[in-house]
Design a binder for this molecule. Sequence first.
Ligand code: NAD
Ligand code: IPM
Ligand code: MN
Length: 357
Amino acid sequence: MSKKIMILPGDGIGPEIVEQALAVLSAADSKFGLDLEFSEGLIGGAAIDEYGEPLTDATLEAARQCDAVLLGAVGGPKWDKVEPKIRPEKGLLKIRSGLGLYANLRPAILYPQLAEASSLKPEVVSGLDILIVRELTGGIYFGEPRGIRTLDNGEKQGFNTYVYKESEIERIARTAFEAARKRNGKLCSVDKSNVLEVTVLWREVLDRLAPEYPDVELSHMLVDNAAMQLVREPKQFDVMVTGNMFGDILSDAAAMLTGSIGMLPSASLNESGFGLYEPCHGSAPDIAGQGIANPLATILSAAMMLRYSLNGGKAADAIEAAVSKVLDEGLRTADINTDGCKKVSTAEMGAAVVAAF
Ligand code: NAD
Ligand code: IPM
Ligand code: MN
C-alpha cells in the first residue's frame, strides 16, 4: 500500500527547501521501493492569500488522512500586519494542536565536518549530540485567557496565560524519559520553578515519574542557566525536556552549535505516533527567493519522517549518510560555508544529496 505524504511548503524559503527534500524523497523512493504518494496543500501566508485564513479545515482534514506531513516554513513581512487571529503562524499552531502533535523532537547533532562552521570553538562542540524534547501543544502558546485589553484608565494591557495540566506534563515527560533511556540515560528538565508555579508543578511531575525510569538520571535546571550552559559546555546535555516557549528558544540556540539553524530538523508526534516533520527555522524572508537557503534541515526532517512514520529506517540512514558524504565533499550553502569549502546554492545542495545516494 502506498504511503501518503502531505506537503505543505508554506512561505519564504519554504517552497525552495521543500523542493529539494522532495527530490531526495523521490530518490529514496526509487532506491528503496517505499511507494510514496505526495499531495500538496497551502499553509501560512500562502493560504491567507488564497483562502483568507492560514490553514483551512479542509487542509487540516486532508493532512489527518495522510501517513505523515512534511512542512517548509510559514510567515513573512507581507502578513505581519494581518490581525493576530489569522497570522501565518496561527496555521502552524492550528495543525500542531489539531493533530495533537504534543511531542516535538529537535535533535541538535554536529556533523564533524561542520565543527568550523559553529560559532563556538570546535573543541566545545565536537561530538555534540543533544535531543531537545519540546512540549508543543500547550503552555503559554495556547493558554487562555489571552489578548490585549483596555484598562479603566484607557491604557492597553497585553496578556497571556502560562498553564500546564499534570497530564500534559506527564505525557511529554514520558516521551523524554523513553528517549533518554534509548540514548545515554541522562535527562535534564528545564523550567523556571524559582518564579513560575506552573513550572513548580512541571518539576513535581518529573520527580514523581523518575522512579519509574531508574536507568535514567534526571536533573533539573533553570532556563536562564540552561541557555548559558548550552553555549558554555553543551556536551554536558543528552536529552533536554521543557515547555513550549522555553523549547522554542533553547532549540534555536542549540541549532547554532551545529553550525547553522539551517541544519536542525524536527519531528512533531502525537499519541499514536503520527508525525509532522519540519525544519526548526523559519521562512527566512531576508534570503527568500535568492536560492541560497540551506535545505539540509528539511532533508534531514524528511529522513526523520521515513524513520518515525513510514517504516523507512534504512532509507533514513541512507539520506543521513548522503548528507554526510556531501559535507565530506566540501559542499556548503552560504550559512555553513568556511575557508576551503565550495559554496553552493539550495538546488545544488539538494542535487548533491540525491547524487550521493
Ligand atoms: P528565521 O528562522 O526565518 O531566520 C532567522 C535567520 O536565520 C535569518 O537570518 C535567516 O536567513 C537564517 N536562516 C533560517 N533558515 C535558514 C536556512 N535554511 N538557510 C540559511 N539561513 C537560514 O527566523 P525569523 O527571521 O525570526 O522569522 C522569519 C519568519 O519565519 C517569521 O514570520 C516567523 O514567524 C517565521 N517562523 C516560522 C517558523 C516555522 O514555520 N516553523 C519557525 C520560525 C520562524
Ligand atoms: C518554531 C517557530 C514557531 C514556534 C512559530 C512560527 C509559531 O518558531 O517552529 O520553532 O514558535 O513554535
Ligand atoms: Mn522557533
